[in-house]
Design a protein around this ligand. Structure first.
Ligand code: UTP
Length: 289
């Protein structure tokens, strides 16, 4: 079985749900507590043992590349001022030389197309895919759990989490054999099922482990919902030939591409920060009156 070494982060979307904030600043660079959203997601991948980070960027996303680069002047200044804690933090968060790749999706033709843009960099090996606007907050990282499941079973894996029954029409939903199990074989996947028709309440959370055959399928994938090349459409074809497993995430999932998800993430991460929590809790209480 091939090890999961590479992770793909598609960051070429337009972020229209978060305008005007995302007009000049990529939504992945909006800050949750003390770091950009994309840093939280890369940290999750690092914790899962990922060694190479592939970013599929687009217009106006150059600042993401800057964020993951070494900043000599800043590091020299921190060193000369004796700010060793901040310096160590910066050093730890900068990927090693050669451990990042950036490719460009020239037009936002959809998530499936963005993933396909990474085909040459990923090559012929299974890989992790993390949607950077989806933050997974829990005791154990979602991707770490998924890699563990992959090492036990092989195949393809999708992170899922339970949503309310009256929300299922907003998500990609999976039907599984054994919905209470941590890892369960997927029987069916439906993108945004009509109200009352969802086969379960397990929503796709934006974390995947996929076999490289997905690239072949994406290469000929026709446009689907919204006129975009949809990853789900190619995954459905792949599922005819290869097993797919759902890995249930027991923490909370926040869609930071939506205003409410972003605000909720800041509250949750702020309250989970040992140093900030006491004061932050008092501030929230005060605001709530
Ligand atoms: P979203 O649909 O959440 O992102 O795609 P978006 O299109 O930026 O958001 P809105 O709906 O306009 O607000 C999920 C992920 O796929 C990436 C996005 O950057 C996001 O991380 N994506 C989407 C691409 O990289 N390219 C695309 O063509 C579409």
């Amino acid at each position: 079985m091939k090890r999961i070494r590479k992770a793909v982060f598609p960051v070429a979307g337009l972020g229209t749900r978060f305008l005007p904030a995302t007009k000049a600043v990529p939504k992945e660079m909006l800050t949750v507590v003390d770091r950009p959203v994309i840093q939280h997601v890369v940290d999750e991948a690092i914790a899962a043992g990922i060694e190479h980070f592939v970013f599929v960027t687009g217009r106006n996303k150059g600042v993401i590349e800057e964020h993951f680069d070494k900043h000599f002047e800043l590091e020299a200044t921190l060193r000369s001022r004796g700010k060793t804690v901040e310096l160590r933090q910066l050093e730890q968060q900068t990927p090693a030389a050669g451990a990042t790749s950036f490719t460009r999706q020239q037009e936002p033709l959809g998530l499936g197309h963005a993933v396909w843009c990474a085909r040459d960099i990923v090559g012929d090996e299974p890989f992790a895919l993390l949607l950077p606007d989806m933050l997974h907050h829990g005791k154990v990282g979602c991707m770490a759990e998924m890699i563990k499941a992959y090492e036990a079973k092989g195949g393809n894996h999708i992170g899922v989490y339970p949503v309310r029954d009256d929300e299922t029409h907003q998500y990609g939903i999976v039907d599984v054999a054994g919905s209470a199990d941590k890892v369960a074989k997927i029987k069916a996947m439906v993108e945004k099922p009509a109200r009352g028709t969802a086969p379960s309440n397990l929503a796709i959370s934006g974390r995947y482990i996929l076999q490289p055959k997905i690239f072949e399928l994406l290469a000929t994938q026709e446009r689907g919902a919204g006129g975009e090349i949809q990853l789900t459409d190619s995954m459905l074809k792949l599922a005819e030939a290869e097993p797919f497993y759902a890995v249930r995430f027991d923490g909370k999932v926040y869609d930071t591409g939506s205003k409410i998800g972003f605000l909720a993430a800041n509250v949750a991460y702020g309250l989970a920060d040992e140093k900030l929590a006491p004061e932050f809790r008092a501030v929230i209480k005060d605001i709530l009156g």
